[in-house]
Design a binder for this molecule. Structure first.
Ligand SMILES: Cc1cc2nc3c(=O)[nH]c(=O)nc-3n(C[C@H](O)[C@H](O)[C@H](O)COP(=O)(O)O)c2cc1C
Length: 355
């Protein structure tokens, strides 16, 4: 059914409008009394084989929604009801900002890929915290929600630490875990923060801000890295994460490479931005492998980048990932995709079990 709707309607809309329409439908459905519960009963992962205990949390399944889809935390209940084991909201910034001019999202359907330069369009960390707090106070089922924070565009590099700290303080008590995003290609200079000399003071400051704002519960802290880092830099980030007592690393964000896209005219027409989806799969997997070799079981590794099938999910878990995230495949495959992948993954895991 989704394929029919996609072919008839969503594909004809510009990608960002299609995203808004699809997301509105998910939220509208989840707002109808009983629907979120019915969806959850049908689609949410229930197989005990899928359960993951990590970051001090109990995940019903390893596959979560990657950051960027629900930047402002408006639809976490509906998204989890579709089968995601957790939802990462954001990227939010300390100040609200509009993001880059449109168009800023481009489809490459033949390659199952997207290019985007959204530029952290979001309502700000305070608005997100308010929304997540009211969700808590309403009671009822609340999925695991991670919060991804980034730098406000107009803040200069020497104000970056204070800007991240401000976001961390605002979201500390509503985030099940926090991610420092230093890897989006669409905020000028952001990825430079991945160098260890800049990353060390940034992550230390965010850790301290979280501890101060949430003295009774230690909020798990992760960093999200780009697939374009050189091998030595990947090792350096892993060493730093261990040294600072970080909880984990998300590998990876989108790439600035255009390898794997066939239509060079469409590539040129899209312009700059981050590439996601199937062309990212091999690179993200190799970054994951490198992190696992370096850090072994001492960090929680969350794999993202080109995960589209139960086989992809299984490969990441066997390469050392504890949890998984996806965005682009959800766009192409539709609302029943997360539940389908979790079920397929459970079958793969059972088939691999020694009898
Ligand atoms: C339209 C779009 C917006 C994104 N926005 C963010 C973001 O705000 N913060 C972030 O950390 N990652 C963002 N990402 C990256 C995804 O979270 C993910 O790391 C990446 O797309 C690779 O996964 P995928 O191949 O399954 O899409 C975005 C991706 C897309 C396609």
């Amino acid at each position: 059914m989704y394929r029919a709707i996609y072919a008839a309607l969503l594909r004809r809309l510009p990608p960002e409008a299609a995203h808004r329409a699809g997301f509105w439908l998910i939220r509208a459905a989840a707002a109808v009394p009983g629907v979120a519960l019915a969806l959850r009963r049908t689609l949410a992962p229930r197989d005990p084989a899928l359960r993951v205990r990590a970051l001090g949390l109990d995940f019903p399944g390893p596959l979560g929604l990657a950051a960027g889809f629900d930047k402002d935390g408006e639809g976490v209940v509906g998204l989890a009801a579709l089968g995601f084991g957790f939802v990462e909201v954001g990227t939010v910034t300390a100040r609200p900002q509009p993001g880059n001019p449109k168009p800023r999202m481009f489809r490459f359907p033949a390659e199952r890929a997207l290019v985007n330069r959204m530029g952290f369009n979001n309502h700000g960390a305070a608005a997100l915290a308010f929304r997540l707090r009211s969700l808590r106070s309403r009671g009822g089922h609340r999925p695991i929600v991670g919060v991804n924070i980034g730098k406000t565009k107009v803040v200069p590099e020497d104000g970056a630490i204070a800007d991240y700290e401000a976001s961390a303080r605002l979201v500390a008590d509503v985030a099940d875990y926090v991610v420092v995003n230093v890897s989006s290609p669409n905020t000028p200079g952001l990825r430079d923060l991945q160098s260890v000399d800049k990353l060390r003071p940034l992550l230390s400051a965010v850790r301290a801000a979280l501890d101060e704002a949430s003295p009774r519960r230690r909020v798990p802290l992760l960093v999200k890295i780009a697939p374009d880092l050189a091998d030595a830099d990947i090792d350096a980030v892993a060493d730093l994460a261990l040294d600072l007592g970080l909880d984990g690393i998300i590998a990876t964000n989108t790439t600035i490479s255009r390898d794997g896209l066939g239509d060079s005219a469409a590539v040129a027409a899209a312009g700059p931005g981050g590439l996601s989806g199937a062309p990212l799969r091999e690179r993200s997997l190799s970054v994951l492998r490198r992190l696992h070799t370096r850090a072994g079981g001492r960090l929680v590794l969350i794999a993202a980048g080109g995960i589209a099938t139960p086989g992809d999910a299984y490969d990441r878990l066997t390469a050392g990932a504890t949890l998984l995230q996806a965005y682009t495949a959800f766009i192409y495959e539709g609302p029943f995709w997360p539940g389908r992948v979790q079920r397929g993954l459970a079958a793969r895991m059972r088939a691999a079990e020694p009898v």
